[in-house]
Design a protein around this ligand. Structure first.
Ligand code: COA
Length: 294
């Protein structure tokens, strides 16, 4: 019988990184009301940062801010803004400065998505996603940059891996995320001399998020195969949070303009012609199949 595949552990950032790493620092996070960006914000707060979470739904933001403040002992405040509206974002930045006096870190994470083939994506639908993801990222960069320059701070943009190949039903998001990757590279190069870094985190499928639960026709996180991942499991929001802590820390001082896929190696897996991971865990079991082909 084949041995079972190793499953990489899910760890809390506080078990690896210093608790006061970001004490006195301030995070500005779009899309922080839920999902991956909420987890990134929570982790930053557990390491001492205060935060502002930005989104369209004030109720959800207010509730999340309360929960994050209670859970971490730091301060999180909500700022309602649609990232498609530059003036609203500027107001959110002003609110941040009034409250905390600075911005050290920015997460550009607000995003929109739905499943539809090119024939089912209207011009307005395509534009809407590019406006939220790509132009929203640009608007967030513009609104925050003077403050991030002043603090010699850092950006993380939340992108994806799906545009590395042709992902069906994702034409709008593929174009939008490719744009985000490009924006980050230019920001890194232009702002490097001012002491600002910019990187992209590209999450693979992350369990329990809208991306997997709402968008995938393959069912919820629990029904996804645990075996088709080199890391042995689906991603967890803590995997993205841990990458965030590292990239915002001084340990990543020489890393800028980069794209870091956090996907457990899934993007590299091309094993359509082999039983995976059986062929690696129990090579003898596939020998007869190979012999028959050769
Ligand atoms: N299939 C095809 N087109 C769709 C669609 C779907 N499932 N959902 C929305 N659209 C189209 C709309 O029909 C409209 O186009 P039209 O004017 O030609 O009819 C266009 O997209 C804009 O939709 P609207 O609902 O007015 O935009 P919105 O700004 O309120 O919502 C979305 C933005 C479309 C991204 C929406 O899905 C959303 O807000 N999602 C929540 C956030 C999210 O997606 N999170 C997941 C991140 S992975």
């Amino acid at each position: 019988m084949a041995p079972s595949a190793y499953i990489q552990p899910v760890v809390d950032s506080t078990s690896v990184f210093k608790a006061d790493l970001f004490r006195g620092k301030v995070l500005f996070c779009t899309g922080g009301g839920s999902g991956i960006c909420r987890a990134m914000t929570e982790a930053m707060m557990r390491h001492g940062a205060d935060s502002v979470i930005v989104g369209r739904k004030l109720d959800r933001l207010t509730q999340t801010a309360k929960e994050l403040s209670e859970a971490t002992g730091r301060t999180c405040i909500p700022a309602q803004a649609d990232v498609r509206q530059p003036q609203a974002l500027k107001a959110a930045v002003e609110k941040t400065i009034e409250q905390f006096g600075r911005i050290d870190f920015v997460i550009c994470g607000a995003a929109g998505n739905f499943l539809a083939p090119i024939s089912g994506v209207s011009e307005n639908a395509f534009r809407t996603v590019v406006e939220i993801d790509t132009i929203g990222t640009y608007n967030t960069m513009k609104a925050t940059l003077p403050h991030v320059r002043a603090s010699k701070g850092s950006y993380i943009h939340v992108s994806a891996t799906l545009h590395y190949r042709g992902t069906p039903y994702q034409v709008h998001v593929s174009a939008a995320k490719a744009g985000i990757d490009a924006l980050s590279a230019v920001l890194a190069v232009e702002e490097g001399p001012h002491g600002v870094r910019s990187n992209v985190i590209a999450p693979g499928p992350i369990g329990g998020t809208e991306g997997v639960d709402r968008l995938s026709l393959r069912g919820d996180s629990g029904s996804w195969t645990q075996q088709a991942h080199p890391a042995g499991r689906l991603g967890d929001v803590k995997d993205i949070a841990n990458a965030t802590i590292f990239l915002f820390s001084d340990a990543a001082a020489y890393i800028t303009g980069q794209i870091l896929p956090v996907d457990g190696g899934t993007e590299h897996l091309r094993a359509q012609f082999l039983p995976y991971p059986q062929a690696l865990l129990d090579p003898a079991s596939v020998q007869s199949m190979i012999k028959a082909k050769m």
